[in-house]
Write a protein that binds this ligand. Structure first.
Ligand code: NAD
Ligand code: IPM
Ligand code: MN
Length: 360
């Protein structure tokens, strides 16, 4: 029996729909294993701007900081997406959370459930067995460098900046993870163009001397984008900068079948944040069709990484696998073989996971 305090931060759009399911899964695990989990819910993103005038208040941030883990949904609203002049934006809440909680390592596992081989637009024989773990650096790069306008607003700039220390700490995490997996590390950069890329490559090359058992390859980020589709199985662990990691993992979601399948763990020195890689998906918000599996798998990562609850975590993954094996799908992962009565909405998939967890 363990006592843990979890902050639920659903955010905006489908973030609310999928995190409601994620929370129920956490509650079910607590009941099943006799853990005592307590919860706080905080606002972040557009809903927080509306209620408080800030995308993430000091109070919400402190609540997160003082918890054992955060389950986060997504932020974003079309109002801002369509207004490039807006000064206050939902995404600023996300950046503040990442920066202030020191969440420099964003782990994005790309694992294809065999049952979803047909859900991807990539050929099954290219995909089968693909299993990649991305380490996306999360608190540096153009996201956090100096930004601004000059020339009366006609020129815009976003500075990409990395310190040796920042590259070292994410690279170290990626090397250590490779050691527990297939011992291959790909570092994706643009060392042919960017000074930050050359620092990145220098640091990874130097660190590789400490890891003679790890096979290291350096790829340019653009070539990595191509290789992910051409031959995803060639990759084991990929470490990359913030912006490249953002783009490459959305691309890699197609290996797993859908954005709705990819969970992530954002970790640093304190409280970890667990979240789907997808956004608030305005196009499907309120329709009840969002795939909650990314949030459910984020719960599995939370249990494993922040609480060291391996058995509980594996059970959550097994429950997802079982319902996929039974043929149930949300719309985004259905294919021509899926029977119409097996295509379910967010809540129905959530209920199935709970009953599967009861039976396991
Ligand atoms: P998105 O990830 O919200 O959606 C991209 C596409 O994937 C859409 O067609 C959407 O319907 C689909 N999709 C995403 N998640 C799904 C799910 N669980 N089930 C089924 N389909 C799913 O990205 P976008 O459209 O580029 O951005 C929308 C908003 O979300 C923007 O405001 C953006 O800034 C924000 N965003 C937030 C986060 C985050 O909070 N971590 C991540 C990405 C985008
Ligand atoms: C993500 C998102 C964010 C990012 C956006 C919403 C700012 O795309 O978490 O992947 O670019 O980091
Ligand atoms: Mn993204």
């Amino acid at each position: 029996m363990a006592q843990k305090h979890i902050v639920i931060a659903p955010g905006d759009g489908i973030g609310q729909e999928v995190t409601a399911v994620g929370k129920k899964v956490v509650e079910k695990i607590a009941a099943k294993f006799g853990h005592e989990f307590t919860y706080d819910e905080v606002l972040i993103g557009h809903v927080s701007i509306e209620a408080t005038g800030s995308p993430l208040t000091d109070e919400a941030l402190e609540t997160m900081r003082n918890s054992d883990a955060v389950l986060f949904g997504a932020v974003g609203h079309p109002k801002y997406d369509n207004d490039p002049t807006a000064q206050m934006r939902p995404e600023q809440g996300l950046f503040r959370m990442r920066k202030e909680l020191g969440l420099y390592a964003n782990l994005r596992p790309i694992k294809l459930f065999d049952e979803l081989l047909g859900a991807s637009s990539i050929k099954p024989e290219v995909l089968k067995g693909a299993d990649i773990l991305f380490f996306r650096e999360l608190t540096g790069d153009v996201y956090f460098g100096e930004k601004g306008r000059k020339n009366n607003g006609d020129t815009a700039f976003d500075m990409a900046e990395y310190s040796r220390y920042e590259v070292e700490r994410i690279a170290r995490k990626a090397f250590d993870a490779a050691r527990t997996r297939r011992k291959k590390l790909c570092s994706a950069d643009k060392a042919n163009v960017m000074e930050t890329g050359r620092l990145w490559r220098e640091v990874v090359q130097k660190m590789s001397l400490d890891y003679p058992d790890i096979e290291v390859e350096h790829q340019y980020a653009d070539a990595t984008a191509m290789l992910l589709i051409k031959d995803p199985r060639r990759f084991d662990v990929i470490v990359t900068a913030n912006l490249f990691g953002d783009i490459l993992t959305d691309e890699a979601s197609q290996i797993a079948g859908s954005m709705g399948m990819l969970a992530s763990a954002s970790i640093g020195d304190g409280t970890g944040v667990y979240e789907p890689i997808h956004g608030s998906a305005h196009d499907i918000t309120g329709k009840g069709v969002a795939n909650p599996i990314a949030s459910i798998l984020s719960v599995a990562l939370l249990l494993d990484i922040s609480f060291g609850m391996k058995e509980e975590s594996e059970l959550v993954i097994k429950a997802v696998d079982n319902l996929l094996k039974a043929g149930y799908r949300t719309r985004d992962i259905a294919d021509s073989q899926t029977a119409a009565d097996k295509i379910l909405g967010t809540e129905a998939i959530g209920k199935l996971v709970l009953t599967t967890l009861d039976e396991l």
